[in-house]
Design a protein around this ligand. Structure first.
Ligand code: HEC
Length: 121
């Protein structure tokens, strides 16, 4: 029992050292996975290579006019604003998701997304 707890504590310490943000972000991504995947489009567009991408620019994905018109570039700052309240940042977006209130959770999610580059092209 104690040994298990110690192993868990060590694993946690290791994760903290090596990008705990992204690791936690991967868990938080479960909230997005109903509609999104990293490598392919679902109800929402794929998320690999998201940082630095223009909003509404995945070829072949059927975006709302609002998203295409938004002229946003997905910087960390813009992502954090959008994820806090999608509808207020892109009024008319078809992303029907209430948003994430906790700035720390948004940062963790963005750390995870920022590390996801597209493997297949
Ligand atoms: C209910 C389904 C749904 C959920 C849940 C959802 N999304 Fe979306 N998402 C969409 C749709 C649909 C779009 C396209 C919106 C548009 O065209 O207006 C989108 C678009 C986006 C975009 C813009 C991408 C681009 O290529 O411009 C980002 C970033 C995004 N979602 C992130 C997230 C994250 C992160 C989560 C989890 C916290 C999430 N979404 C949860 C459906 C969803």
């Amino acid at each position: 029992m104690q040994r298990v707890a110690l192993a868990a504590a060590l694993a946690l310490a290791a994760a903290t050292a090596a990008g705990a943000d992204a690791a936690r972000g991967e868990q938080l991504y479960a909230r997005c996975a109903a509609c999104h995947a990293l490598e392919y489009d679902r109800v929402g567009p794929r998320h690999c290579d998201l940082l630095g991408r223009r909003a509404g620019s995945v070829p072949g994905f059927d975006y709302s006019p609002a998203m295409k018109r938004s002229k946003l570039v997905w910087t960390k700052e813009n992502l954090s604003r959008f994820l806090a309240n999608p509808l207020s940042v892109v009024p008319g977006t078809t992303m029907t998701y209430a948003g994430i209130d906790d700035p720390k959770e948004r940062a963790e999610l963005i750390a995870y997304l920022g590390a996801a580059s597209c493997s297949k092209r």
